[in-house]
Design a protein around this ligand. Structure first.
Ligand SMILES: Nc1nc2c(ncn2[C@@H]2O[C@H](COP(=O)(O)OP(=O)(O)O)[C@@H](O)[C@H]2O)c(=O)[nH]1
Ligand SMILES: [Mg+2]
Length: 440
């Protein structure tokens, strides 16, 4: 799905990551590569320029947070901006405590009937009682198609073969399922080729059924034309959400998604194939993470934000001036633990995986726990001046913390090592050293 866009974006990122330094020239080249990838995927030129200009401006203006490299920061900016381009979080919210009603809208052939069945399947699996209303009285064989598709889902179909008025069927179907189902999906014809008739029909059905949400089904192969189509529907009756279909193998998929999101309506799901299970919940951040070939980038970003918060510049200053207390050391250990988890996340990212030994990390985390209990058994004086800890104090601390004297000595050694390292290292090296300490 969206192979060319994925390849374009990933090769741009790869080039950036492979560059010696991320200077203005490298950023600009990166941005040009992005523009090319987006436009090739039929993202509207204006939108493509807007998003890449934002990436460029932020990449050049913003400083990376402490502990994050410039490269990682630029990639995370791209991730942010692409996710924003594809709309906000929060998909279709349905409550089992009521009868939720959805009306499927969209031009003929966009995938309404298929998607109605996919939704019936998905929500049946989630424990909803689902009813589907066959309100396409226009297309010959429409009812048979719907029944066949829905048969495997466990949902019930409401139809009336003698009734030719689709608005009436929609109204009756809703009435039939009211109270007995958690979800009613009304499939419509969308038969009118010309916009006016189609929108009129839609207004009538929506007026009769009064759904909780209208779901606009759009064929993703039409690319950025999605925008005008979605806007026309949205203006006739507010669209609750969009489902973009046929994104499997759609070269213009990027454009379709960006254009749909540009209307301001949320993309609820995407259709990724003809089979009944080929429906995916659309979460922009997750989707972009996959596009960029990064495991769970959302989790990674959260970690980076955490890391940003814990770096305490004042404490770093104190450490660098050679004054270090056990509490500082403890705080550093805690920080390493954070970097430790960050590494676990990195492990899910292709290119990083395999470079992190999770067992070693666990071991390091285990030691930190031991050190922590020891430090907590020290008096304030001992914490501030660990040099004052003699043999008898050492014994007392070991007893108090329930740890062995060997553990306490190990901690004191780590403290001395750290202090020496801090004295001999300068500026930014310090933080790198802190990170390396986590590996030991
Ligand atoms: N490849 C692919 N085909 C799809 C997808 N969704 C629907 N289709 C196909 O698109 C065609 C039209 O779908 P249909 O549900 O009948 O559209 P409707 O006229 O809007 O009800 C059918 O051949 C479907 O199998 C999808 O996500 N991927
Ligand atoms: Mg249909």
């Amino acid at each position: 799905m969206l192979d060319s866009l994925r390849e374009g974006l990933q090769s741009a990122v790869k080039k950036l990551v492979g560059a010696n330094t991320v200077d203005e020239k490298a950023v600009k080249e990166f941005v040009r590569d992005l523009q090319r990838a987006l436009i090739q995927s039929d993202v509207n030129v204006r939108i493509a320029l807007e998003v890449t200009e934002r990436v460029q401006k932020r990449a050049l203006d913003e400083k990376p947070p402490a502990g994050v490299t410039k490269k990682d920061q630029v990639v995370s900016i791209l991730y942010d901006e692409l996710a924003r381009l594809l709309g906000g979080e929060g998909g279709l919210q349905l409550s089992k405590d009521k009868t939720n009603v959805l009306v499927m809208l969209g031009v003929q052939g966009s995938g309404k009937t298929t998607t109605a069945a996919k939704l019936a399947r998905l929500y049946s699996k989630r424990g909803f009682k689902v009813g589907v209303v066959a309100a396409d009285t226009f297309r010959p064989g429409a009812l048979a198609q719907l029944k066949t598709l829905v048969a495997s889902t466990g949902a019930e179909v409401y139809s009336d073969e003698r009734e030719k008025d689709s608005v009436k069927i929609a109204r009756e179907g809703r009435k039939r399922f009211e109270g007995s189902k958690n979800l009613v999906i009304v499939d419509t014809a969308g038969r009118h080729k010309e916009e006016k008739g189609l929108l009129q029909e839609m207004k009538e059905v929506v007026g009769a059924v009064k759904p909780d949400a209208t779901v606009l089904v759009i064929d993703g192969t039409i690319g950025q034309q999605c925008y005008n189509q979605a806007l026309a529907f949205h203006q006739a009756a507010p669209v609750g959400g969009i489902i973009v279909t046929k994104l499997d193998g759609a070269a213009k998929g990027g454009g379709a998604l960006a254009a749909s999101a540009a209307t301001g309506a949320k993309i609820f799901f995407i259709g990724t194939g003809e089979r009944i299970d080929d429906l995916e919940e659309f979460v922009p951040t997750r989707f972009v993470g996959r596009l960029l070939g990064m495991g769970d980038l959302k989790a990674l970003m959260d970690m980076v934000k955490d890391a940003e918060v814990v770096v305490d510049e004042k404490m770093t200053q104190r450490l660098m001036s050679g004054k270090m207390t056990m509490n500082d050391l403890l705080a550093q250990f805690e920080q390493m633990k954070k970097f430790g988890s960050l590494k676990k996340v990195l492990d899910h990212i292709p290119g990083f995986s395999g470079q992190v030994d999770v067992k070693e990390l666990d071991k390091a985390e285990g030691r930190v726990k031991v050190y922590k209990s020891i430090i907590q058994s020290m008096t304030t004086d001992e914490k501030t001046n660990p040099e004052s800890i003699d043999a008898s104090r050492l014994r007392r601390i070991a007893r108090g913390s329930g740890r062995s004297e060997k553990d306490v000595r190990e901690l004191l050694t780590r403290y001395k090592q750290m202090k020496t390292l801090v004295k001999t290292s300068k500026g930014r090296e310090l933080r790198q050293m802190m990170r390396r300490m986590g590996d030991q």
